[in-house]
Design a protein around this ligand. Sequence first.
Ligand SMILES: CC(C)(COP(=O)(O)OP(=O)(O)OC[C@H]1O[C@@H](n2cnc3c(N)ncnc32)[C@H](O)[C@@H]1OP(=O)(O)O)[C@@H](O)C(=O)NCCC(=O)NCCS
Length: 137
Amino acid sequence: MDDDYRIVEGPPPLDDYLRLRRDSGLTPVRPDQGAGAISGSWSACHVVAADGAPVAMGRVLGDGGWYFHIADIATDPAHQRRGLGRRVLEWLIADIRTRAPEGAYVSLIGDPPGQRLYRSLGLDDVAPSLGMAAVLR
Ligand SMILES: CC(C)(COP(=O)(O)OP(=O)(O)OC[C@H]1O[C@@H](n2cnc3c(N)ncnc32)[C@H](O)[C@@H]1OP(=O)(O)O)[C@@H](O)C(=O)NCCC(=O)NCCS
């Protein structure tokens, strides 16, 4: 990550959160869903470009004891492959190391674009377990 970028503790503003999810290709969410993401995370950070625009983000859902789930890792396509995603993940993992008791279990659902990055940071496939999910309608 070069000097044009700066990492900021906390989530981006709601509009930027919604934009980054949409523009990076993650499933878009509504403002009422995003509001919970902004206010309810155990940890979050984002990256701002030289013009002040948020261009990358990530957050952690956690119980503060042992279970920590990384979510919303996204970089604006115009700023990808410059080390921002790595920087966000390193910041979040360092925050867990600093504030959580030893033995923290860190998990995520690894979409294909991020899998090499996650592996390089020490996260492993959970096979034979499966990541499982449902969207409640
Ligand atoms: C996954 C994602 C967040 C990665 O963000 P990013 O900012 O591009 O991440 P990085 O730049 O740190 O690393 C990505 C790749 O760029 C490479 N890279 C880093 N700096 C680089 C540079 N200066 N020049 C060229 N490549 C570089 C990394 O080695 C890495 O390569 P790899 O994927 O082949 O291992 C991004 O692709 C994205 O938003 N994807 C869409 C949303 C998504 O799927 N999110 C994951 C949900 S689980």
